[in-house]
Design a protein around this ligand. Structure first.
Ligand SMILES: Cc1ncc(COP(=O)(O)O)c(C=O)c1O
Length: 448
């Protein structure tokens, strides 16, 4: 049995080689990117999608496949960061959308019959007394926070390191400079009930706690029961609002992630796939809190937005949830995701890689000490220890093998994906680990 030693420079050299192959394979993407810099800063309009040396530029998608400018075909494991649940061309959603164009019309500029229909379905499916629509998950969170502040008459909001609630509500490991209301945040540690208790012991003006049941952008990290219980207990004691951000996680169960936890939040925010491919957001929950937006009441909060009752979004979203992502489908789909993750965990056993997540959502991590999924309870656990080069090599070579994955490691399965796509991914991961066994394992590790 061989004892192998990792050479730190060899990973860097392999990344460089992979980048050279990437550049040679994608000349049209490069050309497009360089031209796009004229009209968009850095040629980019979504920071998360910028990659070095330049992004691969897509032309179209069909089912679970994506096609780029240089003629490559990819199996899509990004799933539009959870919004692409239905794949790229669900026939039922397509029919609903073309039906809107031919029979209903766009931009009615009036209360329409479709908003109540979809609100009823969302309320019954996600256990909400009432809700309001928004244009994005970001907006849903902004308006849920405004409701909490208005309802409680307090200002401060507790959020968690690694939390992401939208483009102006980001808490990588601190508070992003472009956040709204930077002075009202209290930043605590995710999955740390003691830290949360301390926050409530030292502040008496807390309006809300805003939390993801599983940190998505933060690395696919599920909240522990103890942590969620502490949030519920403290918010009840302090008369603060418990807001569960379900923008990513509502797809993890027919009733959303909230249906799988013991604690009932006061408000939930929704987004992503629930627009059936169209921009979408919604927030809802307790009737007494949502009543701050009741326009019949003098002094109620205003919540206007041109596209909040857009006919395309309402009909595509309704069709997706009512006819495609039915409760039975949601259960089976997430079981498939659990099985897929278990297969990856098997391959990653004893390596620098691991995978965290729940059901159809997960994140592949690569750390120098080889942290296991159980050791990753917060972003601070893994972020300082990432093996950046090896993770980049994985991303570059998985793309080269035809798998569209996000460089941060996030995977969101989609309904158009067949079992053989997941099996092909598993085989490609296995091949990567065996091709780079010296890099993937530890110096001195017995790898036979
Ligand atoms: C948990 C969570 N909340 C909110 C958002 C913001 O949603 P949107 O991008 O639709 O504004 C996201 C987006 O990734 C998210 O992951």
């Amino acid at each position: 049995m061989a004892t192998l030693h990792l050479s730190p420079s060899s990973c860097e050299a392999k990344v460089e080689e992979a980048i050279r192959r990437f550049q040679a394979r994608n000349p049209k993407s490069l050309e497009h990117h360089e031209a796009a810099i004229d009209s968009m800063p850095g040629g980019n309009t979504r920071t998360l999608l910028h990659t070095a040396p330049f992004p691969v530029v897509m032309v179209c998608g069909e089912g679970t496949k994506l096609y780029d400018l240089d003629g490559h075909e990819y199996l899509d494991f990004v799933g539009e960061l959870t919004a692409g649940l239905y794949g790229h061309s669900s026939p039922k959603i397509k029919k609903a959308m073309t039906g809107v164009l031919s029979d209903i019309g766009l931009s009615l500029g009036a209360t329409n019959i479709y908003e109540k229909k979809y609100a009823d379905l969302l309320c019954s499916r996600f256990d909400l007394d009432s809700l309001r629509f928004a244009n994005s998950g970001t907006e849903a969170n902004i308006h849920a926070l405004a409701a909490a502040r208005e309802f409680t008459g307090k200002r401060k909001v507790v959020v968690f390191r690694g939390g992401y609630h939208g483009s102006v509500l980001a808490f990588g490991l601190g508070i992003a400079p472009n956040n709204v209301d930077p002075h009202d945040w209290i930043l605590s540690q995710y999955n740390d009930p003691d830290a949360l208790n301390e926050v409530f012991n030292t502040h008496d003006d807390i309006a809300a706690v805003l939390v993801e049941g599983m940190q998505g952008s933060g690395g696919g990290i599920p909240a522990s029961r103890k942590f969620l219980r502490a949030i519920r207990e403290q918010t009840l004691k302090a008369a603060a609002v418990f807001i569960l951000d379900e923008v990513m996680t509502s797809r993890l169960h027919p009733g959303g992630m909230a249906a799988t936890i013991e604690e009932k939040p006061d408000l939930k925010t929704l987004g992503k796939y629930l627009g059936g491919g169209m921009p979408f957001g919604a927030f809802g929950g307790r009737k007494d809190i949502m009543a701050v937006y009741d326009p019949r009441k003098q002094g109620s909060l205003s919540h206007s937005g041109t596209f909040q009752n857009n006919t395309l979004m309402l009909n595509a979203g309704y069709t997706g949830l009512a006819e495609v992502f039915t409760p039975d489908v949601a259960i089976q789909f997430n079981k498939n995701g659990d099985n897929f993750r278990a297969e990856l965990l098997d391959i990653f056993e004893g390596t620098k890689f691991t995978v965290t997540g729940v059901g159809s959502l997960m994140c592949i991590h690569c750390t120098k000490p080889g942290l296991t999924s159980a050791q990753i309870r917060a972003k601070d656990d893994y972020a300082p220890h990432e093996d950046v080069d090896l993770k980049k090599l994985f991303w570059l070579e998985m793309m080269e093998a035809g798998f569209w994955i996000h460089q941060r490691g996030s995977i969101a399965l989609n309904l158009a994906m067949e079992a053989n796509a997941m099996e092909a991914f598993v085989q490609a991961v296995k091949a990567f680990c065996s091709r780079h066994h010296k890099l993937v394992h530890f110096p001195g590790q017995n790898i036979e």
